[in-house]
Design a protein around this ligand. Sequence first.
Ligand code: BGC
Length: 232
Amino acid sequence: MNQPQLRTLAVDIGGSGIKVMVLDVEGNPLSDRQRLKTPHPATPPQVIDTILTLVKEQEYDRVSVGFPGVVQSGVIKTAVNLHDDWLQYDLATSLSQLLSKPVKVANDADIQGLGAISGNGIELVITLGTGFGSALFVEGKLVPNLEMGHHPFRKRETYEQQLGRAALEKHGGKKWNVRLETAIAHLEHLFNYNTLYIGGGETKQIKFALPAKIKIIPNVIGLLGGIKLWTS
Ligand code: BGC
């Protein structure tokens, strides 16, 4: 059945902020973006409480959630930057019961990618925020839960340890930029991508020129991409 008025609530759970926005069937915003700080400790009840506060005034028919960890069939498998109580937590089922709406949950970088890609060739996405997110697409098809962030990068540290927000704050933008250029060179040799998309709040720290096949994506794509969980 064609339901042109169907409203999708997009939720983006991040290490520092939780954001929501209502989208139309095409993925265009129907509401302003609302944001609250991620609570600490970021346990399931605390985070869910924050989501419930954010959505109180919203009208919607279904929900898409981006989560900063590995997600399989709505169940959380890793949550490095939130809390270990998330492990094995069935976020899709529990949120669906609380909101009385159907809920789909996917990795946050996967959702950013779904909102950004063109569908042509090998497209890689990395996100630079609290954590280091990554997503891989082959001719538009997602390889879910690519976790480059926790893969060794250099000096016995992972991509996230070298390029996450904590490293940026500790070592400063200059070093972080040099590291990012090196990381991009590694990723190009590893994936031979046609396009690399870079998203996340820290893209504003990038100080070097990017080649044409690397594109910066705006942060709001982390919400707008949520429509694709229901339409693709
Ligand atoms: C998580 C990823 C997530 C990324 C960005 C990493 O620590 O393991 O799943 O996409 O942070 O939030």
